[in-house]
Design a protein around this ligand. Structure first.
Ligand code: GAL
Length: 806
């Protein structure tokens, strides 16, 4: 019988490809369009009869905070980005075709926060956690075919302050409408893992949870097919006569695959698992799960091994905002961040400190990034008065379970973190909760290690490590104490979840470069009296007392082979947490890349350490006061030495010593041309030049992509630079640039990376900061040429034209 059925299915799938498929059993539709929005509270807006004609029309994902005005008095405080929060309502009116015998669900990837959803006036549920994904079933309250339904969402982000960083407010991630048969794969109902992997074969374990909403027992066949990256079938498994008696039934299957292609950070090979549920010959559901076959092992001697090979974790921490776009998720914006990080040699992301957008994990699967998927920034003990500690008791179990079930099929996710710098570390509740949370994770995913980002390196004082349940002990900062770890925690595995937290403002330099700026200098000093223009030096010389310069921090990791690698705090600058500065500083200084996406100098330090490509990065700019003594730094790699020339005259050749990560010359400034040449065995490897710039003469626009998709979502990031007549960047140019767009595109955001700018991210203009700015162009659903024009007083205008393809 199974063999006959298999033959039938094979014919059916052949027929589907040959003659066009019958309407799919599962229909997943983008539900982002056609929403109405109102900023404020509206009694009665949950009722379908409510009149929302005057409300604003918009497309999700949407973050209303990023559209607001900066104000020190905003309740989220500068720590939260200094933007407005409050209460907002969303409504969507829609009609559906006949749904008899079907179940209809709405899926939210994330709503910040305290959301309640109603369909036609019936409450579907409430969800306090702003980072968690959830779905509600609409079926019982849907109106008959063709009649309008109204989905209403109230979002309450008014209780502040609730976060140590910018959160955004609203339905800031994607929404989908999913229709299934009454017998279907349940929500996040597959778990695919590879319990045995060798070069010759891999065992794939597929556990499928089936949902039966018919109210009657059913008998189904479950077919699981493994497809390779090109969609070709590799192997299948049929389980017939599966009895669905209760609401859900779990089926376990095993498949064996010969000569598996492994998933790695350099070759992220992805298989797909296609699950088909059948009653007789009727397809009840078809559902796909990504599969990457890889082994991840932490070894107390060798560190981390991916597919049996040692791999140093070269990671960064990333918060969820996308700079000028705020928290509103956009796949291209996230992909661009990952591309910039990859070019630096980064191979891992810590999703600090909450579940990310699911499409970000898809990108990490595809692009080959390892992910630490983190659940919480606090448990019962607060970090801010209105934060998740208020909901922890009632919701943490559900939130953690949902995160694990949603994310456990991503090959990129290599470790779970149950929390960041949790206050319970310092008393016995930490032991109890660490045990409870770890048990929850292991019950749903026994295949991956669990960690928590700790600060206390003394075992006697650390009640979370004392729980003895963490597979990996992760520590934030305090690299000077790393050497004690192997004796303090014998036989354990270690990761550095945060290093550095050094400050930089792109293009700004404080001299002399070798004087350290420890801001704040200790736990008693709150904010600093640092630079009056709220800048921090890009010479890698400023950090808080708990952090360190990038060089010192990275040395700490390099010299500790028992640590599997590190996550730099942070990859990109993010909104909020403007340490060490008070208002008007409103975004962070910690990034290796500024908020606009422009690398700071320390980016090249890591690039020289983390990649095998030759690097030669010369800093600073060459516009100083005559006679000033300027420190010239060079980060380099794949070379023996670097020679520096000023106006053609050699200033000497330098080599990094055993403990150095850069070389430096102290140079009396004269205007002209500074040039660095790196050499290996006497041969030039790279040359880098910086020239004294004259007055601003022209604007230059450079688009990161000029071929775009006319899907209403695609983005082009256009870099604006102010140049002198000879084409040199004017390193202190602060020109107000006015943008205008013609064609089917619009400005989604503008920025310049300056942490204390009070300009709007949504305005059609931006002042350049240290010579640079950014305009983000978004496509519409109509194709055509999009032209961005940039005008400023003084420098000549520029245009760039992009093609948007339908
Ligand atoms: C850590 C914390 C991060 C961030 C960082 C700044 O203690 O885990 O979220 O606040 O400090 O240095």
């Amino acid at each position: 019988m199974p063999r006959l059925l298999a033959l039938f299915l094979l014919l059916l799938s052949a027929a589907n490809t040959a003659f066009g498929a019958q309407p799919s059993a599962r229909v997943t539709a983008d539900f982002n369009k056609g929403w109405k929005f109102y900023l404020g509270d509206e009694a009665g807006a949950k009722e379908s009869a409510f009149d929302d004609a005057a409300w604003r029309k918009l497309t999700l994902p949407h973050d209303w905070s990023i559209e607001g005005k900066f104000d020190e008095k905003n309740p989220a405080k500068p720590e939260g980005g200094g933007l407005p929060t409050g209460i907002g309502w969303y409504r969507k009116t829609f009609t559906l075709p006949a749904t008899a015998g079907r179940n209809v669900f709405v899926e939210f990837d994330g709503v910040y926060k305290h959301s309640e959803v109603w369909l036609n006036g019936h409450s579907l549920g409430y969800r306090p956690n702003g980072y968690i994904s959830f779905r509600y079933e609409l079926t019982p309250y849907l109106r008959p075919a063709g009649q309008p339904n109204v989905l209403a969402v109230r979002v309450d982000n008014s209780a502040q302050p609730d976060s140590r960083w910018y959160t955004g407010s609203g339905i800031y991630r994607n929404v989908r409408l999913v229709t299934t048969h009454q017998v279907a794969v349940d929500e996040w109902g597959t778990f695919v893992s590879t319990p045995a992997v060798s070069a010759q074969a891999a065992t794939v374990a597929a556990v499928t949870q089936l949902r039966n909403a018919t109210g009657k027992p059913q008998t189904v066949t479950l077919q699981t097919v493994l497809l390779d990256a090109s969609g070709k079938e590799i192997v299948r498994q049929l389980t017939t006569s599966v009895k669905l008696s209760g609401a859900t039934t779990t089926v376990s299957q095993k498949l064996t695959l010969k000569n598996p292609q492994l998933w790695s950070v350099t070759k992220p090979y992805l298989y797909r698992v296609k699950t088909t549920v059948l009653t007789g010959r009727t397809i009840e559901d078809e559902y796909e799960t990504p599969l990457g076959i890889r082994t991840c092992v932490f070894d107390s001697q060798k560190g981390f091994l991916l597919n049996g090979q040692p791999l140093r974790i070269q990671g960064v921490n990333q918060h969820h905002d996308l700079g000028a776009l705020g928290a509103a998720f956009n796949v291209r914006a996230a992909e661009r961040q990952l591309q910039i990080l990859r070019a630096m040699g980064c191979n891992a992301i810590r999703m600090s400190h909450n579940p990310p957008a699911p499409q970000l994990l898809d990108l990490c699967d595809r692009m080959g990034f390892l992910v630490m998927d983190e659940a919480f920034d606090m448990w019962q003990k607060k970090k801010n008065g209105q934060d998740y500690h208020l909901d922890f008791k009632q919701w943490h179990q559900r939130d953690l379970e949902d995160q694990i079930r949603r994310d456990r099929n991503h090959p990129s996710v290599f470790i779970w973190s149950i929390g960041n710098e949790i206050r319970e570390q310092f008393d016995s509740t930490g032991t109890r909760l660490a045990r409870e949370l770890t048990a929850t994770v292991k019950r749903l995913d026994p295949t991956r290690p669990v960690t928590s980002a700790l600060t206390e390196q003394e075992p006697a004082k650390n009640f979370i490590s004392q729980a003895n349940v963490l597979d990996v002990l992760s520590f934030n900062y305090k690299h000077a104490d790393y050497p004690k770890l192997p004796t303090s925690f014998p036989g354990q595995h270690f990761l550095a979840t945060e290093i550095a937290a050094a400050y930089e403002t792109r293009g700004h330099y404080d001299l002399p470069s070798d004087s350290l700026r420890i801001w704040p200098k200790d736990g008693k000093t709150k904010l600093t009296t640092g630079n009056s223009d709220f800048t921090a030096s890009s010479y890698d010389q400023a950090a808080p007392y708990w952090g360190a310069t990038h060089e010192a921090a990275w040395w700490g990791v390099k010299n500790s082979p028992f640590i599997s690698g590190a996550f730099v705090w942070s990859g990109f600058d993010y909104l909020g947490e403007p340490l060490p500065y008070p208002w008007p500083a409103r975004s962070s200084y910690f990034g290796l890349i500024d908020l606009a996406g422009f690398p700071k100098d320390a980016y090249y330090l890591y690039q020289s350490e983390w990649t095998n490509q030759p690097v030669l990065h010369l800093l600073p700019h060459w516009n100083w006061r005559p006679g000033q003594t300027v420190d010239v730094w060079v980060y380099y790699s794949q070379a023996d030495e670097v020679e520096l020339f000023l106006n053609g005259k050699s200033l000497g050749t330098k080599k990094k010593g055993a403990d150095d990560l850069h070389v430096m010359w102290r140079v009396p400034y004269v205007p002209g041309t500074l040039q660095a040449i790196s050499r290996r065995a006497g041969k030039t490897v790279l040359t880098s030049t910086v020239k004294t710039a004259g007055p601003a003469a022209k604007i230059e626009l450079t688009a990161d992509r000029s071929q775009l998709q006319a899907n209403g979502k695609d983005l082009s990031f256009v870099t604006v630079r102010v140049l002198d007549a000879a084409g040199n960047l004017v390193p202190d140019a602060a020109n107000l640039v006015k943008f205008s767009v013609s064609g089917p595109g619009f400005i989604a955001g503008v920025d310049n990376g300056y942490q204390a700018s009070m300009e709007s991210f949504k305005a059609p203009e931006r002042k350049t900061y240290n010579g640079m700015a950014l305009a983000i162009i978004q496509t519409m659903e109509k194709g055509g040429a999009i032209t961005l024009r940039a005008d400023a007083e003084g420098p000549t205008s520029a245009t760039v034209t992009l093609q948007s393809q339908p």
